[in-house]
Design a protein around this ligand. Structure first.
Ligand SMILES: [Zn+2]
Length: 236
């Protein structure tokens, strides 16, 4: 059977190790730096070409010590990995055991950690009053719908109930209100009927603005008998 590249490199490594162990006997231990230095070199993650390693790889007794330290370290590492695996397995089985136990004692009345946040429709929207009573709107088709002028309202990115006070003399009935982006592309639209109180005609529409990026938008309002009128708004 042909040998794998790993087997070949292991064989080469073994041959080189045997050569080092054999070829530099150094019976007088000339230049040896002691076991502490050899241990320090053996603990390195990757080889460093310093004086200690230069000596060890040319001194058979030091190299013998070096290989022994490496073997001890490798065994310790394997033990640590095995212990970590056991700890992990015990933790997993404890968690599963606890879950099974709580399920069996408390029944299955509650699914675990789900639906912390109520659905969007349940959240009470924040009221944003937008007064366009006295503002001269820009008719659709006019220059950029006035989006460069001062915004009529600055609204936070959240679910808002927009209370729109319409200009005096506005028609009553069903209106369409929409929000357009900077390029005047409609993003969202709502229909609403007017209410009339204290000589003010108003509309109430709810928009979820939480997904919008902050910036300049345009509020479009269309009455039952009128064209679209646009008002710049800011979303932050
Ligand atoms: Zn030595």
């Amino acid at each position: 059977m042909p040998e794998s590249p790993e087997q070949i490199s292991n064989e080469i490594r073994d041959l080189l190790q045997q050569a080092v162990l054999r070829d530099y006997p150094n019976p007088d231990r000339k230049g040896c730096m002691g076991s502490e230095v050899v241990r320090e070199v053996a603990q390195r993650q990757s080889p460093v070409e310093d004086a200690a390693w230069e000596h060890i790889k040319r001194c058979s007794p030091c190299y013998r010590e070096f290989l022994d330290f490496r073997a001890v370290l490798a065994t310790a590492r394997k033990k640590r990995v095995r212990r970590n695996r056991i700890v992990l397995a015990l933790t997993v089985s404890a968690v599963v055991g606890f879950w099974v136990w709580t399920r069996s004692t408390h029944g299955a009345q509650k699914p675990p950690v789900l639906a912390q946040r109520p659905p969007a429709a349940v959240v009470n929207p924040v009221v944003a009053k937008v007064n366009i009573q006295l503002l001269s709107a820009v008719r659709d088709g006019d220059d950029a719908a006035g989006q460069n002028s001062k915004p009529v309202a600055t609204i936070n990115r959240q679910i808002v109930q927009m209370e729109l006070s319409l200009p005096v003399g506005s028609d009553e009935g069903t209106y369409e209100v929409r929000i357009l982006d900077g390029q005047l592309r409609p993003i969202m639209s709502r229909g609403a009927s007017t209410t009339f109180a204290d000589h003010v005609t108003s509309l109430s529409v709810t928009f979820d603005l939480s997904s919008l990026t902050p910036g300049a938008y345009v509020l479009g309002v269309k009455g039952p008998k009128s064209d679209w009128r646009s008002y710049p708004i800011a979303v932050r």
